[in-house]
Design a protein around this ligand. Structure first.
Ligand code: ZN
Length: 411
């Protein structure tokens, strides 16, 4: 029995500090549900399976030849601080780690937090060693108010290169030696090492109505999509979940939404079904993609930043995301399709549109629909503090998202 409660999501979040760990967590969930890992696509695609490439994954339940596609997409990456290739710094009696900023980090949120380090080491034989040191190892200390008297008037100003460098000791080891030891790799040819806040995910509020954690954007959607997939029965339609890396930096990579993971899988399934190019075109025009990425909940302290008629509230269901300028892919046809699914399944839904003077971010929806010719619908649960080291959403919305994705897969 698959746990669809917020407790299962909390466990997922705590186990998944990097995209590589998201994929490892997903691998465990899929394996437990009897899904078979494929290493390539030369041979026939199994009925219930998945394929992994670095920090991205595609999983599926194959339907019949006459069925269409129900694709659910989300992204595995979150903005964070990453350890540089030659990171060792010693100055003024402190040992520090040089970092690179990944994606649109809310830098102030990383100050004065106890940070762990997780990632992967590639050894000289090309073997990958995942590691996760969930201990207080490093900290980006904020400057004392006595040394920054203007902060109250002019706000906090941080230089991205100079002021975000963490301290990780006084007599610290060489980073490459340390990472070899903690990962168990005999040699270290290269590494990906991400800093993360070690505070575990938690329920918050006097009424326990909120969930706080790092990486809610977009691991809530990753967890919900796979939970919906493994609990779905075999259907006429083929249900596919794609979890891409690199959304936060534009999706243009081999493991990003513009890469070949999803298109290659779909081609292999079309091949197994013996479909001609024309039949594939027709089948895809009967297909749908649900692109899930968190939306901005209305912020009570900044009401003027939201459009009051399109401002999602907590614990009131996922938000349909609309943008005529195609930052989101949802069309009127897609909106109508999803609203009728939600209504039949009695799942509350809201609508998000940004203000005309407040350009919105984009998602993998427009990229996926452009690449595949499958109409996409952008949705997401509402959250506050997007791209903070610690984000917040309603504690009931993740379960609504699972229910909506489950109903979508069966539509
Ligand atoms: Zn996102």
């Amino acid at each position: 029995m698959v746990d669809t409660s917020v407790d299962a999501l909390i466990e997922w979040l705590d186990n998944s500090p990097t995209p590589f760990h998201v994929v490892a967590t997903a691998q465990q969930l899929l394996g437990d549900a009897g899904f078979i890992q494929q290493s390539g696509l030369t041979h026939e695609v199994v009925q219930n399976g998945f394929l992994i490439r670095d920090g991205s994954l595609v999983a599926w339940r194959k339907g019949s030849k006459n069925g269409a596609l129900r694709v659910i997409g989300a992204h595995t990456d979150s903005p964070n601080l990453r350890v540089q290739s030659n990171p060792d710094i010693t100055q003024a009696g402190w040992a520090q780690l040089g970092i690179e900023i990944y994606g649109g980090v809310l830098l102030n949120s990383w100050l004065d937090r106890d940070l762990g380090i997780a990632g992967r080491v590639i050894d000289r034989d090309g073997q990958v060693h995942l590691f996760n040191v969930n201990e207080p190892l490093a900290r980006v200390p904020q400057l004392a108010i006595h040394l920054d008297r203007e902060i109250s008037e002019r706000g906090l100003l941080l230089d991205k290169h100079q002021h975000a460098t963490p301290i990780w000791g006084v007599h610290a080891p060489v980073f490459a030696d340390w990472i070899g030891e903690v990962s168990g790799a005999a040699t270290v040819a290269a590494f990906d090492a991400h800093l993360y806040d070690i505070a575990p995910a938690s329920i918050l509020g006097v009424d326990e109505s909120m969930l706080v954690s790092a990486r809610l954007d977009n691991q809530v959607s990753c967890w919900a999509a796979l939970t919906a997939l493994v609990t779905s029965p075999v259907l006429e339609h083929t249900v596919v979940v794609v979890l891409n890396d690199h959304e936060e930096v534009g999706s243009e990579s081999i493991t990003g939404a513009a890469g070949n993971l999803l298109p290659s899988l779909l081609s292999a399934i079309d091949r197994d079904h013996g479909l001609s190019d024309g039949a594939v075109f027709d089948m895809r025009s009967r297909s749908w993609c649900l692109s899930a990425d968190n939306a901005h909940a209305v912020h009570p302290n900044y009401l003027e930043r939201h459009d009051p008629r399109h401002a999602p509230r907590p614990n009131s269901g996922p938000a349909l995301k609309l943008n005529g300028n195609q930052r989101y892919a949802t069309t009127a046809r897609g909106a109508a399709h999803l609203r009728s699914i939600a209504e039949r399944a009695e799942i509350p839904m809201q609508t998000f549109m940004s203000r005309n003077n407040m350009p919105c971010g984009s998602t993998i929806g427009p990229i996926t629909s452009t690449q595949l010719g499958i109409e996409a619908i952008d949705i997401g649960i509402p959250q506050l503090s997007m791209h903070s080291a610690r984000e917040m959403c309603g504690s009931e919305d993740p379960e609504y998202l699972v229910a909506l994705m489950t109903a979508f897969a069966q539509s």
